[in-house]
Each structure stands twice: as C-alpha cells, then as structure tokens.
Design a protein around this ligand. Structure first.
Ligand code: KG4
Ligand code: ZN
Length: 360
C-alpha cells in the first residue's frame, strides 16, 4: 500500500491567514490567524489591508504549521494553495508564497479551489463517500452542491444576493450588536420572541433551490426604524425580538430550500442518503437543529464537521490538494490567482459580490 501523502496547505482568500499540514486524512497541524481587529474600524473587510496582512503573516504561519506538525519542508510531498475564488490581493499573496516554497524545494505545487476545500471537508473529517449533497453557508457563500468527485460538482441552487453570514453581520450592525454578527445575533435571539415582528421569507414559495437574504436585512432595518420612531432607542428586548425573528426567518428559508435540494438529490441518488454542511453559519444551533430534524425525517445522514473546520482554514486546502495529487494532478509555476472560480462552470454565474469579492 502506498503511504498517505503529506501536504502543506495555504489559505488567504479572505480575512484569515492559514497554514496546515495534513497527512492522508490526519491533520498534523492547523494554524489560523484572523484579521478581525484590522478591519473592525471599517465595518467590513478592506481588500488592500487584508492582502498586506496576509503577505506579512504567511511565512510565520507556514513556519508555525511545520513546527506544530514536527516536520521540515523536506518531509512534504507537495504544497497546496488556495488559487481562488476570493479577494484577489489575498489569493495572490498565498499563491506567491506557495510558488516561492515550491521553486526553492522542487515540491509539486497544487492550486486548490477554496470552495472545493469546503466541499471536500466531510471526506477529511468523516471519510464521507461520494456522492453527497452539501450546503455551503458562510459570510461569503451560500450554495447547494452535489459533490460527485473531487473535480465534479453540480450546483443546484444558491443565494441570488447576500450570503446568510453577511445578512447576520448586517443585522447585527443595524441592531447595534457586535461583529461578527452571527454569534451576537444568535445570543441575543435566545431571549427573544421570534413572532413579535412579521418578517419575510424571501423566495420561499418560489420553485427551485435559489435563496435571497437581502430583503430580509432591509425588513429588519424597517422594523428597527419603526421601533425607533416610537421611542428614541432600542431596548435589549427589542434587540432580542428582532434577532429572534431574523434567525427564525433564515432558518425557515434554509430548512425549506434544503428539503427541496435533498428531494432533487435523492431522486437521482436514492441509495446514498447523505447531507453535509460547512461554513461559519453552520455554527448556528437553531439552523443546525432545523437541518438535523429535516434529515432525520428523510432518513438521511447529517454530517457537520467541527466548527474549526467549517470556517476558513488551511487543512481543507491541504486535503483537497491531496485528492488532486492522488489523481496525478498538479500545477506549475504558471499557476494564476482567480478572483472568480465556480465549482460548477455549467451553472449560471452567481450575481453580486460579497465580503470575499465577486461571488463564485
Ligand atoms: O466560514 P466563515 O468563517 O468565513 C466566510 O467564509 O465567510 O463564516 C463567517 C460568517 C460570518 O458572517 C459570521 O457572522 C457567520 O459566519 N457566523 C454565524 C455564526 N457564527 C459565525 N452565523 C450565524 N450564527 C452563528 N452562530
Ligand atoms: Zn470559506
């Protein structure tokens, strides 16, 4: 039997600088340095600041990942790097770093699609066999993918505007809650009444698996302004009720659209009943509970990687690189950074742009 491949992974497509070493399906180290404090004053990720911070941090991150794995560069079989989609300056920083190491060591260079990294994570964590249905739901992405193989995906729906994490972050800003918005809205919602405000469930009754979240955020803004028109500010209870209403609306949309996506998937794969989730929003207990219940009712396995592997990290990039290398695929020093890089290039392009730049 051939020994498992050992790859260094590098990720820098948004606001996390990350490096990891993975051997087969074992994570030897995974280092993530966030940039939240650098962008805090600007109300969002500033691409130029992100790119510069990645360029400054990447070398240290790689050294730390190797030291934690107790390995040298000479112990590796290859270097995997996110080559897109994402903020171009950040992706370029990572690609240049990986090319430098590959040129100096003669190790194979493997460009990885960031979305493939997320989509293949259930194989790293749970050795999930192909095919499976995946919901990728984060601050920058929201799409249903049928994962057929490491290089074959069918996108059967996605957001036509904001990603849910983006909507959680904007809602927090509207309600005066701290960033990142997901955890603070979830925590405020615990003491709230989800039915006090009537909020829309956009596209819920429209056919298909596409979703929309920007109208919901506007509805929160209007509801807040309505309360503010009566009193001079929001009480903690107002914040809690608006948070609970928002969270319930997002959960309803995600659960209903997942039900349809699973129906579509199971029609073509009746014997392989597995559904996986990834992305920061997968941390939300209300959303998770809704999806767990849905899957139980449809006799479908629900796979949720640990949160540290749901959010951006480099272990998923190293692992996706390992799958590429096992298929004798690799790149050379002409590898370029791609701001837009859909996994399913037959699907219609996603509209708009999120915190990660152009939607894939
Ligand atoms: O996957 P991630 O770390 O980065 C992106 O790829 O965007 O996801 C971050 C997003 C943020 O928008 C954050 O507000 C959201 O995930 N998030 C949550 C929760 N924790 C993080 N959203 C809802 N509920 C949570 N508990
Ligand atoms: Zn991501």
């Amino acid at each position: 039997m051939t020994p498992p491949l050992t790859l260094l992974g590098i990720e820098s497509s948004c606001d996390d600088t990350a490096a990891a070493v993975v051997r087969g399906t074992t994570i030897l180290s995974s280092v993530v340095h966030g940039q939240t404090s650098l962008h805090a004053a600007f109300g969002g990720v500033v691409p130029e600041i992100a790119a510069r911070a990645h360029a400054e941090k990447l070398d240290y991150c790689v050294e730390e990942a190797l030291a934690k794995a107790k390995l040298e560069l000479s112990d590796l079989d290859g270097i995997a790097v996110t080559a897109g989609p994402g903020l171009i300056g950040g992706v370029l920083s990572g690609v240049m770093c990986a090319k430098g190491i590959a040129a100096a060591t003669d190790l194979p260079l493997i460009g990885v699609n960031h979305l493939a990294g997320h989509a293949l994570t259930p194989r790293l964590t749970d050795q999930l066999p192909y095919p499976y249905l995946m919901l990728l739901v984060s601050g920058g992405h929201c799409q249903f993918l049928i994962v057929h193989a490491h290089d074959s995906y069918t996108r059967i729906g996605g957001t036509i505007d904001d990603a849910p994490g983006e909507a959680f972050d904007k809602t927090a800003r509207i309600l005066g809650l701290p960033q990142p918005g997901g955890p603070s809205v979830e925590s405020a919602a615990k003491h709230g009444d989800p039915d006090r405000f009537v909020l829309p469930r956009p596209l819920l009754n429209q056919e298909g698996c596409d979703m929309s979240f920007s109208g919901l955020k506007t509805a929160i803004l209007r509801a807040r302004d309505g309360v503010m028109a009566q009193r001079s500010g929001l009480t903690t209870q107002d914040q809690a009720d608006l948070s609970a209403g928002f969270q319930a609306a997002v959960t309803d949309v995600l659960v209903e659209k997942t039900k349809r996506a699973l129906g579509q998937y199971l029609r073509t794969n009746p014997a392989i009943r597995s559904f996986a989730i990834a992305g920061g929003v997968a941390a939300n207990q209300n959303i998770r509970d809704g999806l767990v219940q849905l899957c139980a009712g449809l006799d479908t396995a629900f796979v949720a990687p640990p949160l540290s592997l749901c959010t951006d990290n480099a272990a998923m990039i190293a692992y996706a690189g390992i799958e590429r290398m096992m298929h004798d695929e690799q790149d050379d020093l002409t590898l370029s950074a791609r701001p837009r890089w859909p996994l399913d290039d037959r699907a219609a392009p996603m509209l708009g742009s999120g915190k990660k730049g152009a939607k894939a």
